[in-house]
Write a protein that binds this ligand. Structure first.
Ligand code: HSE
Length: 406
């Protein structure tokens, strides 16, 4: 079966490498022969082992009837959406690692794939090399999944880990993540939480059956997290993680958000360090299932893409029945109505007065004093009520971070 790759960046070149290096074992294990035929990229790649496959003309791929699987690893919406739509329309299977494309256009593309009887697959779009999409859509299909919480962005997990363990500053840790090739071209998508948001939207859509679009999801990144936050949380027995989470409510709506959160050091999620990702899925039959592994990086992500190509090749005559329906109105509940505890750090010039507020207004536990500052954890309450109390108190707040019980 002939394969083409759109975009010869980090993941695209990794896919070419995996296809070439593991051709024999893929054939032996899966009984499919995958042959790379074309690679589309507008850049020149002289003296590259894959130079002979390069083209700058998309039509050459679209109109080549021998190519039945197209891999999209360009990233972004334009021109990826146009190219992917055209390939599906032409009856080609498409495999992508592009989370922005799936999160924003997944419903449309799945509909075209369904109409044309081909596969649109995106295992690599969430969790890099960790199998997450297939386990949720197939292995856990006997469950009613009611909650998912994940560390879904390797770059921010790497940065927070460097801050926690090495007391490295945020800019130094970001630079190191970029040097290692983990961060997106524009690191804003990582550090402001947009990348994790796209991924949790894909998982929520898959688990709950209706497309959840990123622009309806409350998203907060890690740029405001300081070394003082990390240290105080640590002394209280917590680590700070960027969590992407979603939960099915009794009302039929869902909570979904991305934000930094305190996670107990005893939690399975607390031990997820460096560029590693983890995804905790709660099913009514299985209880908690944790998937863990490399969430970013060239070959790990390429491995997930190649897994999808093999699946397309082995099931080329059969369309995969997975995906989701269109967006449901008012499906996403107001996040401020959700119940949570908050970690609050504040100035504490008048220790006695601050202590009184912490105890009486917030039922505080874990109170920590240091150099004219206090940090404590509130009792659980509706987020909007806790924030309103905080506004009315005279506390000079330095940080507010949600606390989870995963
Ligand atoms: N920049 C992303 C991350 C790459 O750090 O997780 C994988 O999606």
């Amino acid at each position: 079966m002939y394969v083409a790759i759109l975009g010869f960046g980090v993941v695209g070149s990794g896919v070419a490498e995996v296809l070439e290096k593991n051709a024999a074992s893929i054939k032996e294990n899966s009984n499919v022969e995958l042959k790379l035929k074309k690679i589309l990229d507008i850049r020149d790649f002289e003296n590259n082992p894959f130079e002979k496959y390069m083209t700058k003309n998309f039509e050459e791929i679209l109109n080549d009837d021998e190519i039945s699987v197209v891999v999209e690893t360009m990233g972004g919406i334009n021109p990826a959406y146009d190219f992917v739509s055209k390939c599906l329309e032409k009856g080609k299977h498409v495999v992508t690692s592009n989370k922005e494309l799936v999160a924003k256009k997944g419903f449309e593309l799945l509909s075209v794939a369904r109409e044309k009887g081909v596969n649109f697959m995106f295992e690599a779009s969430v969790g890099g090399g960790i199998p997450i999409i297939r386990p949720i859509s197939r292995c856990l299909a006997g469950n009613k999944i009611y909650e998912i919480a994940g560390i879904l962005n390797g770059t921010t997990n790497f940065i927070l880990n460097k801050m926690i363990v090495d007391k490295m500053s945020f800019p130094d840790a970001l630079k190191l993540a970029q040097d290692n090739g983990y961060a997106e071209k524009d690191p804003t998508a990582d550090i402001e939480g947009h990348d994790a948001c796209r991924k949790i939207c894909i998982l929520a859509s898959l688990a709950f059956g209706s497309h959840v679009y990123p622009d309806g999801v409350y998203t907060e990144g890690i740029t405001k997290i300081t070394l003082d936050d990390v240290q105080s949380a640590g002394e209280m027995g917590y680590v700070i993680k960027l969590l992407a989470r979603t939960k099915l409510l009794d009302s039929g709506k869902i909570n979904i958000m991305v934000s930094p959160a305190l996670v107990s050091k005893d939690s399975m999620l607390a031990g997820v360090n460096g560029v590693y990702n983890a995804c905790l899925v709660r099913g009514d039959m299985t209880g908690d299932v944790l998937m863990y592994g490399k969430g970013a990086g060239k070959l790990a992500t390429a491995s997930a893409v190649v897994g999808d190509i093999i699946d397309c090749a082995s099931n080329s005559e059969k369309r995969k029945f997975f995906g989701w329906g269109q967006e449901k109105k008012d499906f996403v509940a107001d996040y401020k109505e959700a119940s949570t505890a908050l970690f609050i750090r504040a100035k504490a010039a008048d220790k006695a007065a601050v202590h009184k507020i912490a105890l009486e207004a917030f039922g505080a536990s874990n109170i920590l004093w240091s150099d004219g500052e206090v940090a404590f954890i509130t009792e659980e309450g509706k987020e909007k009520e806790l924030l309103s109390k905080l506004e009315k108190s005279n506390l000079e707040t330095l940080s507010v971070i949600r606390v989870t019980d995963y």
